[in-house]
Design a protein around this ligand. Structure first.
Ligand code: NAP
Length: 179
């Protein structure tokens, strides 16, 4: 069975980005980046939307990129597809000839989070909350009603299994599991 982990960094007021083309390393802490790359290295595949892919293009990584406009293998390890009409169970079969899909990292953005939430296919969440305030930007989920990132995930059906503070600035790191 494929295991899906959503890894996400947010501002303290619940945004994943100020714009559609801003890489998180522009504002996330070094500690967040270390944990993020640990997750990337551990995953068989990462899944993301077109903007997230283009904001951090890595030609050699194994990626599935959601798009309604582009489809097919654009690089040997990068499959673009429209997930409409698919379920999370179809994804492993789509890439099986290239590499196994046992551990998957969901990398966003908002509509990719929405798609996996709608399919109840997020097993675990790695949430880093940075001590920055954006005021406006892209939410974790389109329908979120709270500005508190931990509350956003609790309301979406996850419970906190651990919480630590990563540095002196107050960056929080939470692991959550689907209830
Ligand atoms: N803080 C974090 O942890 C984090 C995580 C991820 C991203 N980000 C940041 O967030 C920004 C990008 O997020 P975003 O929400 O704008 O975009 P995104 O999800 O990366 O990209 C949006 C595009 O992806 C495609 N797409 C996404 N979901 C789809 C679906 N369900 N069906 C069909 N196509 C789908 C569509 O492409 P087409 O137009 O080709 O159809 C859509 O226009 C960037 O700045 C990125 O760095 C931050």
């Amino acid at each position: 069975m494929t295991h899906f982990t959503l890894t996400v960094a947010t501002s303290r007021d619940g945004f994943i980005s100020r714009t559609t083309n801003e890489p998180p390393q522009d504002w996330a802490s070094a500690e967040e980046q270390e944990l993020f790359f640990r997750d990337v290295e551990a995953a068989d595949w990462a899944i993301m939307g077109r903007n997230t892919h283009q904001a951090a293009d890595k030609p050699h990584r194994r990626r599935i990129i959601f798009s309604s406009k582009v489809s097919g293998w654009q690089r040997p390890t990068q499959l673009w597809l429209d997930p409409a009409g698919l379920t999370e169970c179809d994804l492993a079969g789509a890439v099986a000839d290239v590499y196994r899909m046992e551990k998957v990292l969901i990398l966003g953005g908002t509509r990719v989070h929405d798609w996996f939430l709608a399919h109840r296919a997020i097993h675990k969440v790695h949430l880093t909350i940075e001590p920055v305030t954006f005021g406006q930007g892209l939410p974790v989920f389109s329908a979120q009603t709270s500005n508190d990132p931990a509350a956003v995930f609790r309301q979406a059906g996850f419970e906190v299994s651990s919480e630590t503070v990563l540095n002196g600035a107050g960056t929080r790191y939470l692991e959550l599991v689907a209830e």
